[in-house]
Design a protein around this ligand. Structure first.
Ligand code: HEM
Length: 396
């Protein structure tokens, strides 16, 4: 009934706006907002109707009797303190706190919305877009080129390519990276997709588990990066054969296999991507693991400004006065962006190390590869191995 009266009033007000300004407004049910402004009030104001303020002023009680500091959620009454609120907003309020923490004095961070919007929008869209495009390109490559086969006759002899410590480091790296990727995605997409799909209860259990795995497995990933760095760095230094290998496109589309040492130029790219991007993911990850303790972005931005890099690409000087929360937001974005890029690279690596190339998987499976495979893909390395064997007096 009340609604019908309102509808009539609104219709009437549209016909006779001057009259409507004066129209008395009846009682509104504000229980849904706990007595605060309702959508109905807002709509009425937009219609030009006068909405009384008594329901707000009536709630402020007796200003003189209000004790906001002692009574929790107490009302300030007619008194307010805009200077204090402004100081809180701009982190300059004198906050006495027991907590000795860099972020303890920031009670309001009003510059974080761009981060939230970027995280839920472009980061998710482009991140998964990159992964899908990479997978699509690999499917296309497989359809065009097919599996890269061992061209020559198999010899039946094998060569040791990776020792067990190397294989252990590789699988520690691979296993941890995949687990971190899966659990990271659960954190990234939880609020947007998993809560609506599974409900908050089920998601909470999954999220707690995912976070636990992500935080703890990160150490295995960092250890594996350090291990593969020391195990393989000498084999990944640039060599003049890399230039020829690259000029021949790795022989992927025919023209014979260009000679290569233990790792060819393509593999060196994978290695350095893992070291540099994986190292950067680890650094930003540590910053997230120990909130507010390891801020890195203000210092990095200052260095970049000194080198004039952001100015060169038209970004102007980067802001180096970052609130602790802004530091965390940059760390989160960087961590995710670099992870998506490394994942795309690693997906291509997984393809070539398994279905994409006959005989490749054995190198990381048993550690022993067919000699013919080795001669085709790493001829310079085979020569080195044979020379060493001859020196040691072992028959090949
Ligand atoms: C899970 C599936 C994976 C498979 C089947 C796989 C397979 C292989 C194989 C067969 C090799 C040796 C290639 C050769 O003999 O020359 C290799 C090397 C390597 N893998 Fe993996 N891998 C996997 C995951 C990963 C992941 C997740 C990473 C890093 C995050 C990674 C990093 C490396 C690196 C840096 C090398 C040495 C450089 C290279 O050969 O490209 N692998 N992998």
């Amino acid at each position: 009934m009340l609604r019908q009266i309102y509808a009539l009033l609104i219709t009437f007000s549209l016909c006779f706006p001057a009259f409507a300004q004066e129209a008395p407004v009846g009682e509104t049910d504000r229980s849904a907002t706990g007595g605060a402004t309702t959508l109905e009030d807002i709509m009425k104001r937009q219609e030009g109707l006068k909405v009384g303020n008594e329901f707000r002023s009536g709630l402020t009680g007796n200003p003189a009797a209000a004790k906001p500091t002692t009574e929790q959620l107490g009302t300030l009454g007619g008194a307010s303190d805009p200077d204090l609120w402004r100081a809180l907003r701009f982190d300059s309020a004198d906050i006495t706190t027991q907590i000795q923490h860099p972020a303890a004095t920031v009670l309001i961070q009003d510059t974080g919305m761009w981060w939230l919007q970027f995280r839920e929008g472009p980061l998710t869209t482009y991140g998964f877009g990159l992964i899908l495009v990479t997978m699509g390109a690999l499917v296309l490559f497989y359809l065009i080129r097919g599996r890269i086969r061992i061209d020559g006759e198999r010899t039946g002899r094998t060569i040791l390519r990776f020792k067990s410590i190397e294989r252990f480091a590789h699988w520690l790296l691979a296993g941890s990276f995949i687990l971190l990727g899966l659990t990271g995605v659960i954190s990234l997409l939880g609020r947007q997709f998993l809560i609506p799909a599974l409900g908050p209860e089920a998601f909470s259990t999954i999220a707690i588990g995912a976070k636990w795995i992500h935080n703890n497995v990160s150490w295995a990933f960092m250890l594996a990066i350090v291990m593969i760095f020391f195990l393989w760095v000498v084999h990944n230094l640039p060599h003049r054969s890399d230039i020829y290998w690259l000029r021949k496109g790795g022989g992927i589309f025919g023209g014979g296999h260009p000679p290569a040492k233990k790792f060819n130029a393509g593999q060196k790219f994978i290695f350095w991507s893992v070291i540099v991007l994986g190292g950067s993911i680890s650094a930003s990850g540590l910053s997230l693991l120990f909130p507010f303790e390891l801020p890195m972005f203000a210092a990095t931005f200052a260095k970049l400004n000194d080198f004039g890099i952001p100015q060169l690409i038209g970004l102007g000087e980067l802001n180096t006065d970052l609130a602790p929360h802004t530091e965390m937001q940059y760390a989160q974005l960087w961590h995710s962006i670099v992870s998506f890029i490394l994942f795309a690279i690693v997906i291509a690596h997984i393809y070539i190390g398994s279905v994409g190339m006959e005989g490749a998987y054995d190198a990381m499976g048993s550690g022993e590869v067919e000699e013919q495979w080795a001669r085709e893909h790493h001829s310079l390395w085979v020569e080195e191995v044979k020379a060493k064997e001859a020196q040691a007096g072992r028959p090949s």
